[in-house]
Design a protein around this ligand. Sequence first.
Ligand code: GLU
Length: 472
Amino acid sequence: MSGTVRVRFAPSPTGHLHVGGARTALFNWLYARHHRGAFILRIEDTDRSRSTDANIAAIVEALEWLSLDWDEGPPTPGYRQTERLAIYREHAEWLFAAGRAYYCDCAPEQLERERRAAQARKETFRYSGRCRDRGLAAGALRLRIPDEGATIVNDLIHGPVTFDHRQLDDWILVRTEGTPTYNFCVVVDDVTMRITHVIRGNDHLPNTPKQILCYEALGYPLPEMAHVSMILGPDRSRLSKRHGATSVQAFRDAGIPAEAMVNYLARLGWSHGDQEIFTREELIELFDIKDVASSGAVFDHAKLEWLSHQCIKRMDADRLAAAVAPFFPAVGLAVPRDREYVARVLPTLRERGKTFRELLEVGRFYFERPRDYAREAADTYFTETGAGRLAALIARLEALPSFTPDTLERAYRDLGAELGLKLVDLAQLTRLALSGGTASPPLFEVLALLGREEALARLRAAQDWIIARRRS
Ligand code: GLU
C-alpha cells in the first residue's frame, strides 16, 4: 500500500543493545504504531569480525523485553545483511552499467599517502577522482558524485542541513575484494525494504549526504530523515561506559521494570507538556518524531529510578510477584515455592524499593530469618529488660485467639499500657527480632504476614541470642 509508513531499526550486532540504540528502536516503533505502519528489524552484520550471533540474540532479547515487536525481521531470512549480498551486487552492477559508478584501481598505499598528505594540510581527505574516466572493468567500485553544488538533508528534527559537495568524494560502494561498504548496504536495504522514514542517531548525519547521492544515482525517491541527538552523560559528553551501565540488559538485571525503561527512553529528548508518566497507549497516540528535541539529552539515573518506583507502586500484587520472581537468586535467596505468599508480602514493600531487586533487599526478612542483628539496635533492645519484654510478648501472642493486624495492635497496646511502655519500645524490639533491623513496613502487618508460628520462632531466637550473649 503506498503511503504506508515503513520504518526500521538497524543495529550492528557488535555489542549489546545500549540505551541510545534502544531509544532509536523505540522512536521507530512508536512512529510505526502511531501511523499503523510497519516496524522492521534489520541486522547490519557486514562487519563480520565484530558481529556475533550472541550479540544478535542479546539485542533480540532486549527488544523483546521492552516489548518492541517487529512486523518484519529475523528469524525470517533476508533481514541480515550477510544474507543480502546478491542484492547489493545487483545494485552495484546496475550503477556501473548506468555509468553512475566506476572502477578504481588506485593502490591502497597510494591512497594512504594522499590521506596523510591531506591530514598534514589539515584537510579532510577526498579521493582525487583519478580513475573516473579510465574505463576500468575491475577494482573498487566508486560512486560518481557531482563536483559542484551541495546536498541538503531536510531533517525532520534538525531542519535543512547543507553539505557542500567539495566536502565529499567519490566514495567506495564495493571494495576490490567484492564486499559492499556499510553506506552502500544501508541505502540498498532502505530502498529495497521500501523504508519511508529513516529515524536514527545523529552520529549518522555525516553519512547522510553520501547516502542521498546514492539514492539519486539509483533513481529512487528519498525517504524522510530524522536524526535523533545523542544521549549524554552528566558531564554532557556522549554517554559511554565511563558513565556507568549503559546496556539495556544491565537495567533489566538491576530490576527496572520494562515499562519504566520505555517510559524513560521515550522522555529522553521527547516531551509532551509536563507529563512524566505515560502508558504505552498514550505514547503511541502522542508521539511524533517532529517533537523530538534537536539538542542532546542527559541521561538521568535518578529520574529513571523514580519512574521505576512509580511503576512498581502501580503494579498489582500478582504482576509484581511474577516480575520479582527472577530476582531471588540474584540477592541470594531461594525462590519461594509459595507464590501467593510472595504476592501478599510484596505490596507492603512498594514504598521502600525503587527496583525489583531493592524490594527483595529491603524485604528479605519475609523470606529468611535474620542472620544477624544490627549492632547498635541490639545493644539498645536486646538487654535483660528486653529479654523480659520478649517473654511477655511471646506469652501474649501465643494466647491471641486470632493473629491479624487488628488483634495484634490491640495486644501490643494493652501490653504496653500494662508495662508502662510506649508502643514504640515494644515495636522496635519486635522489629529487630523479626528482621534484624529497626526499619520495616508497618509492624502489625509484618507480624500477620509472617504468621504466628514464624513470628514466635523469631522472638524466641532473639531470646536465645540474649541468653547466649549473657554467657559469653
Ligand atoms: N547500523 C547502524 C548502527 O547500529 C545504524 C544505521 C542506520 O540506522 O542507518 O548504528
